[in-house]
Design a protein around this ligand. Structure first.
Ligand SMILES: [Zn+2]
Length: 91
């Protein structure tokens, strides 16, 4: 699990996600399944707790506090969805 603290960190994560071609499956808003290196899937949760944006992945790297590519991939999708939600429907 890591806490998203800055825009730079987010941009770094998105850049990382673009390099890896992980498959991200949408489960629900804030919950995603991201493909791992062995064809398995990891569940990644993006949650806003108070003012903290937490990204939780169930893989080993994330449990050590690393920004794994699963979290990065899920996050890049999540950010796009969150943006759409914030924008008032124009049509
Ligand atoms: Zn992970």
């Amino acid at each position: 699990m890591f806490v998203l603290e800055s825009k730079a960190q987010l941009e770094k994560a998105i850049a990382k996600a673009k390099k890896t071609r992980a498959t991200v499956k949408f489960i629900s808003f804030g919950v995603y399944a991201v493909s791992g290196s062995k064809g398995n899937f990891y569940t990644v949760k993006c949650e806003k707790i108070g003012n903290e944006k937490q990204v939780i992945c169930e893989c080993l790297g994330a449990s050590k506090g690393l920004v794994c590519y699963h979290a990065a991939s899920a996050l890049s999708l999540h950010v796009g969805l969150a943006k759409q939600r914030q924008e008032p429907a124009s049509r």
